[in-house]
Structures are given as structure tokens and as C-alpha cells.
Design a protein around this ligand. Structure first.
Ligand SMILES: *[C@@H]1O[C@H](CO)[C@@H](O)[C@H](O)[C@H]1NC(C)=O
Length: 653
């Protein structure tokens, strides 16, 4: 499962280029002179991991992968999380086979990535993240495995994405200059929930990278936020945050730093112990907000946490698809198709505990990830622009809400933006109740797969909101006696001497009639469709239609025609796929997204319309399917069991 080193060198360059490190393009000087060496060729006694993963195991490589560094550094703070990404029992000892494996989270599941231990080296130095001692290789191999995954799966990377891929959690990013008023509380709750928090100071130029400010903060560098507290200071409450520089040194020298004078005004019992030169320090929350640019909060899923003291968040996961013509409705700017998107209901039952801010409500984070876009890049496709809208919702759960709902209801909340990133993720606080989430691409008719996740402080229910698959079929049968004389006369003329109409005859008849109509478009009924009609009506089993059978079929076609005309809103003579979904409902069929996607794929033209014969063919087939099933399932158990003879009969009739 490994390619040759040359290919990998190219892959590496490709990865880095797509990360935005343009200076690492294939012809750049940085990518030249890279050699691939096994760990055993780099030092005499290579080790996989020594004394657990520690912060000194993570030194930035020549590629400047600081976003990755931040994510890996946070990993080392949480043994359980790390143990999942870096499975134990690997090493360069007896069981060494030249390969290692790691686990990453991709769109709802953990995937195993296996690599060999050849690593890129330039001028004798590892290009990847590496350990300070130079003989411990878990971090470099982790980066290699991640590069292999990323090369296959994602376009751009960020600390948030790294966080998610290493933990399966959900990562929110806040710009601190625009922090919400309850930012401190969000951080506090995140820490209580065992989240990983990363902070950084933006750089304005490349030269700024790792520049150290007067008060010893490092720019363009990833810090972890590891604690918060509130102390009584000169008669008022002072909010403090504890930061950690993953270097294990270079600490903040301003107010509240190690051994700063502010601590003298604090009673001993309130004073946290933080005096060592260990990279960890305190600062006031207000100075944190003004000095740092950004915080990323990665909330973990319950399965990543075993400690009892942690109040973990509940999570639910739903996979879905957008398909051209059926479920890719686009954003709300597309009022005629927006309702076609997949829909989900979130049920918020309980308010958050101890809301200090005056706003009561239920906190939850919705994340929408687009899947597999990286793989499609070869075909010239890039990330879609994605987002979601949230509506207040009362009433029936098991219906796919239609156009009218969205034309008459205002959205209650929405994703912060529609963006062309792998994931959009937004936090909400809403009163208890039921809400509808509609994930979409910005433009309509863009195929895509997604994973929708809802993280909540309290237990919530998230369910797909879709129609149950069912059909209510009216009994339209007309007996021979009920047929009026005019129709009888016509039938005699059409049927000929045998007084029966065959599928071939039916084709001729229908096409003659339909050719005269200018209000509907059709390219004529096929023999195939007419055969289905005959089979559907043919109670006598002789493969032809008698008088009553033909009258019944005629009545049905008239009804379907009425529905077709009514739903052809723009009188184009064809119906669009959204009109088709409404027409199907009116004809008695409720179908879920999956089945509607199939019908559109099979019956719609490339311009996402159906002409009359395709429309009728689709309805006839559906009706056939439901009638066959209902006949075989007389007690409506929802299941049928067939022997071979029954299958032959069901399929051929
Ligand atoms: C749609 O209905 C079919 C048939 O009942 C079922 O197999 C399928 O899982 C349903 N799709 C969804 C998304 O619920």
C-alpha cells in the first residue's frame, strides 16, 4: 500500500503546494535535494515513542507546518485522544517491519493509514515535524501518514481541520477581535467538556513568523489554552486564562505572568501554582483578547473521553447527499428548489446548566462537512460553497417540508457564512423546541455528499425529516358495464376483431391522441411504457386490454394528465423535477429523498425536466411496484418473502 519514494516526493510537494506553501512548488528550490531515508539511516538507535508523547517531540520541520504542529501539540495534552491516533505497540524493536500505522477521523469514521518509515530529509535534517532529540520518530511518521491521507482526501488544511482529523471532534474558530460577549463562558465550558483549545497571533508578513513581542509572545505560533479561573483582585473579579507555549519555554512577561506583582494581592488559596519556566503562564482574559487573534475550540465526542469528571457534549451524525435535480436545491436564494434539500429536525429539550449570562437556552454547534471533494479535484472540481439554515418548527416530524413552508417561514438562524471550505461550523443558543436544519450548497444542482453533525451540551435528538415511502392508490377500475356507448364505439374501432388492445396497438393509439395536443410536450410513448400499462391493467392475464381494462387505463391517464397540467406552473409543456415531486405527491405517492433521487436519475432529461411520456412511464412503474408489493404483503407487514416462481411472476408481469 505504499508507492515508491519518487512518487511520494512528488505527492509531498503536491500536498504542500495545495496547503498554500507556494515556495514548495515542484520546481522550487525548497523541494530540490530532498532524499528519503529510513529512520535507521538517520540515527543509530531510532525509537518510536519515548516516555509518552511530550511537547519536545514536536519541533517544526523545514516545511513550516505550524498549523499541524499546533494540532499535534494539543494532542499530547490528552493521552486518550493521542492513543487513538498513534496506536500503541509499535516500534523499531523485534516487531519492526518497516511500516507503521496511524488512525485519523474522516467524515464520521476512523480510517487506518499505513506508511513505511522512509522520511524526507534535506541537508541531513528532517523536513517533517520531529523530536528535539532527533531519535524519536512518532511525530514525523504521524505527519507522513497525515500527508498521505490529506493528499487523497482534502484540499486545504488548517489547525481546525487537523484537530478534527485527530480527534473526531468538532472545531469552532473565533476571531477574538469579534469575540461573542460570552466568550469566557464558552471557553470555560469547553474546558469542562474536555475540549482542546488552540490560540494564535496572526502575522502580517512572513518575516513576522515566530517573531517575539516585547512581552514575549510568539507571533504566528500555536499556543494551547489549558485553564481559566476568576480571582478577587483589588475588590473586583478578574478573569484569567492559562496559556501554554508548546516549546515549553518563552513565557509572557506582562500582568499575571509567573511571579508578577499582581499575584501578591491575591489570597494564597486563590493563587494557582504556575511559576516554573515550563511554557505555561497566566494572563488576564482582557489582555488575552487584545493580544491573541484567534481561538480554535475542538469539542470532543463522548467516545474520546473516559474521565468521569468531564461533562461531555452529546453528538449526532448524519450522512446525506445533494443530487442534481432532486436534492441539490441550493441556498435560500433559490425559492423554487430550496425545499428540495435534505432536511433534519433537532429537538432541544433541556436548557443549559448554570447560564451566567442572562440568556437561557440550549447551546449546540452544527457542523456541515462536505465529503470526498479532494478526490474529485482531478476532474477539475473544487470545494462547493456550503452552509445551512435553521427554522423554528412545529408539527409533524415525518414530512419533507415543501415550498410553502419556506415561503411562509423566516429562518431563525443560519450558518455564519456560506463558504467553500471543507466544513462550516456555527454555535447557537436557542430556546427549547424543535428546529429544522436545511444544509445546502450555495448554487442549486451541485452534486455532493455531506456529513451533518450536531454537538450539544444537553442530550438532543437529531433526525432526518423526510416523507415515509408510501402510496395511496385510488380504486379507479371501470367495469365493462359502466362504459358509456361513445367510449364503447371508440374501443370497437380501435381494438379490431379480437376486441382486445395489445401493447403495440396501445402505443399507436396513445401516440395518435397525444400528437394532437399542443399544450404538452412528448416524444411519444414507447412500446416498453405501453407494455407496463397493459400489464398493470391486465387483470385477465392475457397480455391485452379488454373494454373495462382499457376504460380504467384511460381514466388513469386522464387523472395523471390533470395533475401534470396543474403542476406545470410555467405552462412549458414539461415539468421540472421540483414540480415532479409535488405532482408525485398529488398522484398519491410519498417518496423519500433516496427514491426521488433515483427517479430523477432515471426519468429526467439532462435539463432536469420530464416530458409527458416520461412522467407517465414513471408513475406507471411506481404504481406497478406498489401494487405488486401490496398484493404480496396482504397483512401490510412491510416485508415480503418470495420463492423463485413468485419472483418470476412479480418481475415479468
Ligand atoms: C428511503 O426509503 C427506502 C425504502 O423504504 C429506504 O431503503 C431508504 O433507506 C430511505 N432513505 C432514507 C434516507 O431514509
Amino acid at each position: 500500500c505504499d508507492f515508491g519514494s519518487n512518487i511520494k516526493a512528488n505527492a509531498l510537494v503536491a500536498v504542500k503546494e495545495s496547503l498554500g506553501f507556494k515556495e514548495l512548488g515542484p520546481s522550487s528550490h525548497k523541494s530540490r535535494g530532498i532524499a528519503w531515508k529510513r529512520a535507521g539511516e538517520l540515527c543509530s538507535k531510532p525509537q518510536f515513542i519515548v516516555g509518552g508523547a511530550t511537547r519536545t517531540d514536536i519541533c517544526q520541520g523545514a516545511l513550516g507546518d505550524c498549523w499541524l504542529l499546533a494540532a499535534i501539540a494539543s494532542l499530547t495534552l490528552n493521552e486518550e485522544v493521542l492513543a487513538r491516533v498513534v496506536p500503541a505497540g509499535q516500534g523499531f524493536g523485534d516487531n519492526y517491519a518497516g511500516i507503521f500505522h496511524f488512525q485519523f477521523w474522516q467524515f464520521g469514521e476512523w480510517v487506518d493509514v499505513v506508511i513505511d518509515d522512509r522520511l524526507p530529509v534535506k541537508d541531513g535534517e528532517l523536513v517533517f515535524v520531529h523530536s528535539a532529540e532527533g531519535n524519536e520518530f512518532w511525530s514525523a511518521l504521524l505527519e507522513k501518514a497525515y500527508a498521505k491521507l490529506v493528499f487523497v482526501c482534502v484540499v486545504s488544511c488548517s489547525t481546525s481541520e487537523g484537530f478534527e482529523d485527530f480527534t473526531g471532534g468538532i472545531a469552532e474558530s473565533y476571531e477574538l477581535s469579534k469575540a461573542p460577549s460570552n466568550m469566557f463562558q464558552i471557553i470555560q465550558k469547553a474546558l469542562e467538556a474536555g475540549a482542546l483549545l488552540g490560540c494564535s497571533i496572526d502575522i502580517t508578513s512572513a518575516a513576522d513568523s515566530e517573531a517575539v513581542t516585547r512581552q514575549k509572545l510568539v507571533k504566528g505560533h500555536a499556543y494551547s489554552l489549558t485553564g481559566v479561573t476568576e480571582v478577587n483582585y483589588r475588590g473586583r473579579k478578574e478573569k484569567l486564562v492559562r496559556m501554554r507555549n508548546p516549546w515549553g519555554q518563552v513565557e509572557w512577561t506582562g500582568a499575571w505572568s509567573d511571579s508578577s506583582s499582581e499575584w501578591n494581592s491575591i489570597t494564597a488559596s486563590e493563587r494557582p501554582n504556575a511559576n516554573a519556566e515550563d511554557g505555561e503562564f497566566w494572563m488576564s482574559f482582557s489582555e488575552f483578547l487584545s493580544h491573541y487573534s484567534r481561538i480554535e475550540i475542538c469539542t470532543l465526542t463522548p467516545d474520546a473521553i473516559t474521565s468521569d469528571s468531564i461533562k461531555y457534549w452529546a453528538v449526532s451524525n448524519h450522512d446525506g447527499t445533494w443530487r442534481k435535480g432532486s436534492t441539490a436545491g441550493g441556498c435560500r436564494n433559490n425559492p423554487y428548489t430550496f425545499w428540495m434539500n435534505p432536511q433534519y429536525v433537532i429537538k432541544l429539550n433541556d436548557e443549559d446548566d448554570d447560564p451566567d449570562d442572562n440568556e437561557v437556552g440550549c447551546s449546540f454547534v452544527v457542523g456541515l462537512i462536505q465529503k470526498n471533494r479532494r478526490r474529485l479535484r482531478k476532474a477539475g472540481e473544487d470545494m462547493h460553497t456550503i452552509g445551512f439554515a435553521i427554522y423554528e418548527f412545529h408539527g409533524q416530524r415525518d414530512v419533507h417540508l415543501d415550498k410553502n413552508f419556506f415561503l411562509t417561514h423566516a429562518q431563525k438562524a443560519r450558518s455564519e457564512t456560506f463558504v467553500n471550505l471543507r466544513e462550516v461550523c456555527t454555535r447557537f443558543k436557542l430556546p427549547p423546541g424543535e428546529y429544522l436544519v436545511v444544509p445546502s450548497t450555495f448554487e442549486a444542482n451541485q452534486d455532493g455528499d455531506f456529513c451533518l453533525r450536531v454537538f450539544s451540551e444537553k442530550q438532543t435528538e437529531t433526525l432526518p425529516c423526510d416523507d415515509p415511502v408510501d402510496a395511496e392508490l385510488p380504486d379507479e377500475s371501470v367495469s365493462d358495464d359502466e362504459v358509456d356507448s361513445g367510449f364503447r364505439g371508440m374501443f370497437v374501432k380501435l381494438a379490431g376483431a379480437d376486441m382486445e388492445i395489445s401493447a403495440t396497438e396501445l402505443t399507436t393509439i396513445l401516440n395518435k391522441i397525444i400528437a394532437k395536443r399542443t399544450d404538452i410536450k412528448t416524444d411519444g410513448f414507447s412500446l416498453e411504457t405501453c407494455r407496463i400499462m397493459v400489464n398493470l391493467m391486465d387483470d385477465s392475464g392475457n397480455g391485452k386490454l379488454g373494454l373495462g381494462e382499457f376504460a380504467t387505463l384511460w381514466k388513469k391517464i386522464q387523472r395523471y394528465l390533470g395533475i401534470y397540467k396543474k403542476n406545470d406552473m410555467d405552462n412549458s409543456g414539461t415539468i421540472s423535477t421540483p414540480e415532479m415531486r409535488l405532482a408525485l405527491k398529488e398522484a398519491g405517492f410519498t417518496l423519500n429523498n433516496t427514491i426521488f433521487q433515483l427517479l430523477v436519475a432515471r426519468y429526467a432529461e439532462t435539463d432536469m425536466t420530464l416530458d409527458f411520456d416520461n412522467y407517465v412511464a414513471c408513475l406507471m412503474r411506481l404504481e406497478m411496484m406498489f401494487r405488486v408489493f401490496k398484493r404480496l404483503d396482504p397483512h401490510q407487514s412491510g416485508f415480503i418473502e418470495l420463492d423463485f416462481q413468485q419472483v418470476c411472476h412479480a418481475i415479468t408481469f
